[in-house]
Design a protein around this ligand. Structure first.
Ligand SMILES: Nc1ncnc2c1ncn2[C@@H]1O[C@H](COP(=O)(O)OP(=O)(O)O)[C@@H](O)[C@H]1O
Ligand SMILES: [Mg+2]
Length: 305
C-alpha cells in the first residue's frame, strides 16, 4: 500500500497558461553570452513542474550570517532538463535543497507539482520526497550488499509499493543495464553505478528528479553515459530533471541552463552548447565580483570554479 503525502497544501492559485518566454531565448547566433533570466509568471501554468518565488535562505545569524539565496524567482519546465550553474558558493546546492524540501527556506514560496513545499511540515516533506521526488547525488549512495536490480527497486520496496515490471524493464533498458542487474556496486564502473542511481530515481515516476553534480565523480566517458541517459529520460519518458553542475559539457545536455551568482539568478541560456556556456560564464566573470549581495543591483560574482 502506498501512503501519499497527507493533506498536501495545494498551489495557492489555479494554474493558468502563460506566455512570457523571453525573446532573448531565440538562438539567433548574433550574440554570445548570457540571456536575461526569463520573466516568471505570478502563477505559472501547467508546463511548469516546480517553481519558487522570493526564495531567501540565510544560514547562521548576526555578523556570521550567510545569505545563500537572495530572492530567487524561478520556474522549472515540465519534461525538460534544466541545469543550474554558477561559481562555487553561489547557492546552487541550497537552491536545489530548498526546492526538494531537503532544507527549509528562510522565506519565499516553493511549489513542486502543485504541492507547496515551503509550507510543509517535516512528515509531509518526508512523504513528498519519498513519493514524488527522485534524487541523484555526486556520491552514488548505493547499498553495497544489494545487486543493481535490488538497489533500483529499494525505495519502492521500503515504501512497500509494487514494482511495475514493465516500467522497470523500460528504465533498465534506457540506462543500458540489462546485463548488469545481478552485479553488486563493487562490480560496476562508476558510470554504471551512477546509472543504477538514476534508474533508482526514475522507478517511482517522480514529479522531478534533482541531481546535484551527478557527474562530479565520473570520468568524461562515464559522464557522457549518465548525461545521455538523463537527457533521454526527459525526451523519451517525459521526466522533469533539475541538475546542478559546474561542468559546461554536462550543462550542454540540458534544454536550459540557469546561472546563479551570489544567491541570485543572473541569466539563462536555452539550447546551450559548451561554447555558449563558456561565453556566458566569461561574461559573468567579466562583470566582476559583486560586493556580497547587499545592493539590489549587484549582478554577478563569477570567480570561475
Ligand atoms: N549548512 C550551511 N551552513 C552555513 N553556511 C552554508 C551551509 N550550506 C551552505 N552554506 C553557505 O551558503 C553559500 C551557498 O552554498 P551552496 O549552496 O553549497 O553553494 P554551491 O552549491 O553553489 O557551491 C556558501 O557561502 C556556503 O558556504
Ligand atoms: Mg554545491
Amino acid at each position: 500500500m502506498s501512503t501519499p503525502p497527507e493533506r498536501t497544501p495545494l498551489s495557492p492559485s489555479p494554474p493558468r497558461r502563460r506566455d512570457l518566454r523571453s525573446s532573448a531565448e531565440t538562438d539567433d547566433g548574433a550574440h554570445h553570452g548570457l540571456d536575461a533570466p526569463a520573466p516568471v509568471a505570478e502563477s505559472p501554468g501547467e508546463e511548469t513542474i516546480a517553481w519558487a518565488r522570493g526564495l531567501v535562505k540565510v544560514y547562521g545569524e548576526g555578523s556570521t550570517a550567510v545569505r545563500a539565496l537572495d530572492g530567487v524567482d524561478v520556474d522549472f519546465a515540465r519534461a525538460e532538463l534544466t541545469a543550474i550553474m554558477g561559481p562555487s558558493g553561489s547557492g546552487k546546492s541550497t537552491l536545489m535543497h530548498c526546492m526538494a524540501g531537503l532544507d527549509h527556506a528562510t522565506s519565499g514560496t516553493v511549489v513542486v507539482d502543485q504541492a507547496v513545499v515551503s509550507r510543509m511540515k517535516e512528515r509531509q516533506l518526508t512523504a513528498l520526497r519519498r513519493t514524488r521526488l527522485g534524487f541523484v547525488f555526486q556520491a552514488f549512495n548505493l547499498v553495497p550488499t544489494l545487486t543493481a536490480a535490488e538497489n533500483i527497486t529499494l525505495p519502492l520496496d521500503i515504501a512497500r509499493r509494487p514494482v511495475d515490471r514493465e516500467h522497470f524493464d523500460t528504465v533498465v533498458r534506457a540506462v543500458g543495464l540489462e546485463d548488469r542487474l545481478t552485479h553488486r556496486p563493487s562490480e560496476l564502473s562508476g558510470g554504471q553505478q551512477q546509472r543504477v542511481a538514476c534508474a533508482r530515481a526514475l522507478m517511482a515516476r517522480p514529479s522531478v528528479i534533482f541531481a546535484d553534480e551527478p557527474t562530479g565523480n565520473l570520468d568524461s566517458r562515464s559522464s557522457a553515459e549518465v548525461l545521455t541517459f538523463l537527457r533521454r529520460s526527459v525526451d523519451a519518458l517525459g521526466q522533469s530533471v533539475v541538475m546542478v553542475t559546474h561542468d559546461p559539457t554536462a550543462a550542454s545536455y540540458a534544454h536550459r541552463v540557469l546561472f546563479l551568482a551570489d544567491g541570485r539568478l543572473v541569466g539563462e541560456l536555452r539550447s546551450p552548447t559548451p561554447g555558449r556556456i563558456l561565453d556566458a560564464l566569461g561574461t559573468l566573470s567579466a562583470r566582476g565580483p559583486s560586493s556580497q549581495a547587499t545592493e539590489p543591483t549587484a549582478a554577478a560574482a563569477a570567480t570561475a570554479t
